[in-house]
Each structure stands twice: as structure tokens, then as C-alpha cells.
Write a protein that binds this ligand. Structure first.
Ligand code: FES
Length: 373
């Protein structure tokens, strides 16, 4: 009787299903479920039954009619009352075995997921606290009821957490992992880690330096150009204030004593400095000393005295002049001109270029145009 009193709820359910499947009604005078000896043969293990038990349809517990068979709910209530009266730990644990024998579908489901069955067997108190409706529903549908609460959930072994990799240790860890994965691959040196903050700071400094250099260059160029312009304007103003002075030779100058000019002599040493020939020659039967202007009457070139030919020859267009200055060849239209000459107080001959005498105008007869020898 002690074994009969230890029937679990599963056994009671299996007996109820077997009775329902067999069509037999549970007599009202049937012994209570805690007396399995009075149960019909269907209460035997399911493995020995003629056909496997079908999952019962979920139906709401109905109150049994007076004199009728008790419903499943009533049977469950009786079982709970009995289980509460008994010492639960000893009565519930062995009940798992008959369930596996009476209901192969449930046993199969439980056996397929041993991880979920273990906590229920180890913690009978927790399993006793499960909702009976969920257990029944799971048994009817052939699936394992899940944990009702968080405490029922199987405890999974927690994996050790990997140590956090720092930025500096990351390349080394990557290098070690790469070497472990493929030892044949050549190991590359770790790349230097450049933080984003430093990179942004460097870029900002580069842009600032570029702007400063560009603006500084433009400003320096502008100030340089302004300084150069001011300097040039200052030099121009100074040049305007102090113009060039043309140092012309004096128009009146002394050429020496008359003894220094022999008859028939053409002195050419004053051509470069004063532009004048001093000649001592016979003009119209009179021996005179006169000063000829060294400018060709054609277009203003300077003729050359040719001692061998005793003439003045212009190199520009070939005009020729005698020793007295009269033109005789070339395009020159008139004779050479004379400067005024006089005997100075000191006995020297003095030439005055401010006055000229033209032969075609009859001015060579003027006594200021010659000195009698
Ligand atoms: Fe002397 Fe023309 S300038 S000949």
C-alpha cells in the first residue's frame, strides 16, 4: 500500500487517459486515485498497452454530476490534496519513472531534451510549484513544458569573458592570433596606432599653417611692392628737382698767338673741342687768318681736311670745299660759314662762336670775320 500511495500526478493522468481511450467509465465508486490496485488495467505502463494513448483534448474541467464519474480536474484536485499531505520530496521524485513508462510520447520528449529534465528532477519543490495546466497542456501536445519562471530556467555555464583589448595591445593580439591561425604566413610588423584626436589636431595644425603661410606671403608681397613703388616715386621726385645741366663750352675762347698759325696752314686741333678750323690763307690777294665752322652746309655733317688734296671733304654725301671754305663739289649748296675772330688784349687770337658770317650774303668782307696778317 505504501507504493500505491506514492502515485504521482502523471500516473493519475495516464490512468485517466487510458480509461478514456478504452471507453470505460470510471465508476463513481471507484477507489480514489491513491489506490492503484483498483485502477483498470489501462493503468499499467503505456509500453504494455494495446495502443498508445492519444493526447487528450484540452477541455475545461467540468463539475461532475452527482453519481457520475469524476472529471480530470477533480482527480487532479484529489491528487494535489494527497500530495500536500505526504512528504513531497520522497513522493514526487520516484514518480518520474512511471510517467516515462506510461506515456512514451512524453518520455520521448523528455529524453530528447535532457538538459530541461534535469533541473526538474533536481529541484522537486520547484517542479511542484509549476502550473498544472501548463504541464497538462504540454503532456497532451507531446511537447515539453518550458520553464514557468526564471528560477526554473536551466542554468547555463557562463563562459569566461575575454580580456578587453587596449589600442596598444590590439596589434599584438591580432599578430598572435594571425600567427596561430597560419604559421606559414609571413608576420607583418604592427602598424602604428594613430588616434583620431591626434590626427584631427594634426590636420587642423596643417591647415592653420598653410593659411598663415599663404596670407603671410601675400601680405609680405604687397608690402614689398608698396615699398618699391614709394621708393621709385621718391627717386623720380628727386630727379625732377635736380635736372641735368648741359655743360656747353664757352662760345668765346682763345686759340693762341698768330705766330702759331703759319701761312697756308689749316689748324685742326680745335675741331674736337670747339668745332672750328683756324686757317691762314690767301683770300682775294689778302693774307688773312679766319675761323671756319666745321659743319657741312648740306645736311650738317662734319667734313674732313685732306692735306694732300688741300680741300675739305664731307664723308656723308661727298661735298667738297676749298681751303677758303667755298664749295666746289657735291650737294652742298653754299660755302662754309665763318666765326667772329679778333685779336685779344694779350695778343692772342680770340674766336667768338656767337657770331657767324655767310659768304653768299657778302659778310666775309666784315673785318670781324678775319684778321689781317
Ligand atoms: Fe655734307 Fe651732305 S652733309 S655733303
Amino acid at each position: 500500500m505504501a507504493e500505491k500511495k506514492k502515485m504521482s500526478v502523471a500516473e493519475i493522468l495516464a490512468a485517466a487517459r487510458a480509461a478514456k481511450a478504452g471507453g470505460g467509465a470510471i465508476p463513481t465508486d471507484a477507489p480514489p486515485p491513491n489506490e492503484p490496485a483498483a485502477l483498470p488495467p489501462a493503468a499499467q505502463p503505456a509500453s504494455e498497452a494495446a495502443e498508445p494513448p492519444k493526447p487528450a483534448k484540452p477541455a475545461a474541467p467540468k463539475p461532475s454530476a452527482p453519481g457520475g464519474r469524476p472529471s480530470v480536474a477533480e482527480i487532479m484536485a484529489q491528487a494535489r490534496a494527497k500530495k500536500a499531505a505526504e512528504s513531497g520530496n520522497e513522493a514526487v521524485a520516484p514518480a518520474a519513472q512511471p510517467v516515462a513508462e506510461a506515456k512514451p510520447a512524453v518520455a520521448k520528449a523528455v529524453a530528447s531534451k535532457p538538459t530541461a529534465a534535469k533541473p526538474a528532477a533536481k529541484t522537486p519543490a520547484a517542479s511542484a510549484q509549476r502550473d498544472t495546466a501548463s504541464i497538462l497542456a504540454a503532456a497532451r501536445s507531446g511537447t515539453k513544458p518550458g520553464p514557468v519562471s526564471k528560477a526554473d530556467a536551466p542554468v547555463r555555464p557562463s563562459l569566461p569573458k575575454a580580456p578587453a583589448l587596449t589600442k596598444t595591445a590590439a596589434p599584438a593580439a591580432a599578430k598572435v592570433a594571425g600567427a596561430a591561425a597560419d604559421k606559414s604566413a609571413p608576420s607583418l610588423p604592427p602598424k602604428p596606432v594613430r588616434t583620431a584626436a591626434k590626427k584631427g589636431t594634426a590636420d587642423t595644425e596643417d591647415r592653420r599653417g598653410f593659411l598663415e603661410m599663404t596670407l603671410g606671403s601675400f601680405m609680405a608681397l604687397g608690402f614689398t611692392a608698396l615699398s618699391m613703388t614709394g621708393g621709385l616715386w621718391t627717386l623720380g621726385l628727386a630727379r625732377f628737382m635736380f635736372p641735368n645741366v648741359l655743360a656747353e663750352p664757352p662760345s668765346r675762347f682763345k686759340v693762341g698767338f698768330r705766330e702759331g698759325f703759319p701761312a697756308g696752314k689749316v689748324e685742326t686741333k680745335f675741331v674736337a673741342q670747339f668745332g672750328v678750323w683756324v686757317v691762314n690763307s690767301d683770300v682775294g690777294g689778302l693774307q688773312q687768318i679766319y675761323a671756319l665752322k666745321t659743319v657741312c652746309t648740306h645736311l650738317g655733317c662734319t667734313p674732313n681736311w685732306l692735306e694732300a688734296e688741300q680741300k675739305f671733304k664731307c664723308p656723308c654725301h661727298g661735298s667738297g670745299f676749298y681751303k677758303d671754305g667755298v664749295n666746289f663739289e657735291g650737294p652742298a649748296p653754299r660755302p662754309l660759314e665763318r666765326y667772329s675772330i679778333r685779336l685779344a688784349d694779350d695778343g692772342q687770337l680770340e674766336v667768338d662762336k656767337s657770331r657767324t658770317f655767310h659768304e653768299e650774303l657778302g659778310q666775309w668782307a666784315d673785318p670781324d670775320s678775319f684778321i689781317m696778317v
